[in-house]
Design a binder for this molecule. Structure first.
Ligand SMILES: [Ca+2]
Ligand SMILES: [Ca+2]
Length: 379
């Protein structure tokens, strides 16, 4: 009941508000009383008669169902709804068409390349001397490596790079090879190696051999024959007469000192980029190239998966023994590192011809046994 005994409120709006659309009438906030409930006091203050009014109840100020339906059925709003619906679906359809056109006409991604084993394998270098000793003599060996294959595979290793195990006087820890086709007794036997290779293949692991083509040991049969000037071996190494009672030129060894050592038995100097016990092979001699090709074939025939090529940039030297190597800036000593060797004793373009030949030999084996790649890599 209103304070003045007037008509009760309807939905928060005055009964005589019909001329105004309901949604344009001012909405009352919760707790606010309509003007009909307000009256003036004697001192002009406004008071509210709250009797009979639940001041805590929320007031509903929205449209009635009848009012809502009247607007919903208005032809203008009906048409507007249909137009908006049509526009929505047209935009949706247009986006679908554009997406299909982009997919059909857009540039295609390159097919995913299937990586070969040498491109994706984790390659683990094994230094046999210190890796695992099976014989108990304190030096690692091939049989010791065999015992660790499961361990290596558990680590995620899929390819092994074996540092030199060839027969060697060990003046340079196996990088001075006296027989490129034999296993040094320190590391075991060829049967041990064959067993290692078989075990690796059984575990789907690959084996890469260290290959040291630049030089041999001075104990190699080839060098001994070359000292004696035997046929076919006379020019197997780089021999030269001395100049002025000294070496043929001032080229330095990587390991220090002159790169030339005099051999009294032959009466000439021989060239060595590394130790005097590591004479450089003469890759300008086709017989040397053929011998090393055969070494590559020997190990590929056994089933190895590739080679790590050692000291490749040292393979060739210029034939002009009068060529000098320019000194690098800010150097005064005579060490190998004080000179620019490019084009004189390192990085000669002839290297690519030999390398290409080794690559072709690997290709022969790939063609024989299908897609399995054999790799030659320099590190
Ligand atoms: Ca051992
Ligand atoms: Ca060389």
């Amino acid at each position: 009941m209103g304070a003045d005994g007037g008509e009760p409120l309807q939905n928060g709006a005055g009964a005589d508000d019909e001329s105004m659309p309901p949604n344009e009438a001012r909405a009352l906030t919760a707790g606010e009383k309509p003007p009909e409930l307000m009256e003036k006091t004697a001192n002009g203050e406004t008071e509210v008669d709250v009797e009979g009014v639940d001041s805590g109840a929320p007031e509903f100020c929205g449209l009635t169902k009848e009012e809502l339906m009247r607007y919903a059925n208005d032809p203008f709003w009906v048409r507007l709804r249909w137009v908006l619906l049509a526009v929505f679906w047209l935009i949706w359809l247009a986006m679908l068409v554009v997406a299909v056109v982009i997919v059909v006409l857009g540039p295609k991604c390159a097919p995913v390349q299937k990586l070969d084993w040498w491109q994706k394998d984790t390659i683990y270098q094994i230094y046999p001397r210190s890796f695992s000793d099976d014989s108990g003599d304190g030096v690692g060996d091939v049989a010791g490596i065999r015992t660790k294959l499961d361990y290596l595979k558990d680590l995620g290793v899929r390819s092994l790079w074996l540092s030199p195990i060839y027969k060697s006087p060990m003046r340079d820890f196996g990088y001075d090879i006296s027989d490129f086709r034999a296993v040094d007794p320190l590391f075991g036997t060829m049967e041990d190696f064959d067993g290692l290779l078989a075990d690796a293949k059984e575990r789907d692991m690959h084996l890469i051999m260290d290959f040291v083509p630049n030089h041999s040991s001075d104990q190699h049969d080839w060098f001994q024959r070359s000292v004696r000037r035997e046929d076919n071996y006379t020019d197997f190494y780089i021999w030269a007469d001395g100049v002025g009672g000294g070496p043929p030129n001032g080229w330095q060894s990587v390991f220090g000192g002159s790169a030339w050592t005099y051999n009294a038995a032959r009466g000439q100097y021989y060239y060595h980029q590394f130790l005097p016990q590591q004479p450089d092979l003469n890759f300008r001699n086709p017989n040397v190239v053929k011998e090393m090709d055969d070494v590559i074939r020997f190990w590929l025939d056994k089933g190895v998966d590739g080679f790590r090529l050692d000291a490749l940039k040292h393979l060739f030297e210029t034939e002009d023994l009068t060529a000098t190597e320019p000194r690098l800036p800010n150097t005064t000593d005579s060490d190998w590192g004080a000179f620019n060797h490019t084009g004189v004793t390192t990085d000669l373009p002839e290297t690519f011809d030999v390398l290409s030949g080794w690559r072709s030999i690997c290709q022969e084996f790939e063609d024989k046994d299908g897609e399995h790649r054999r790799v030659t890599r320099g590190w």
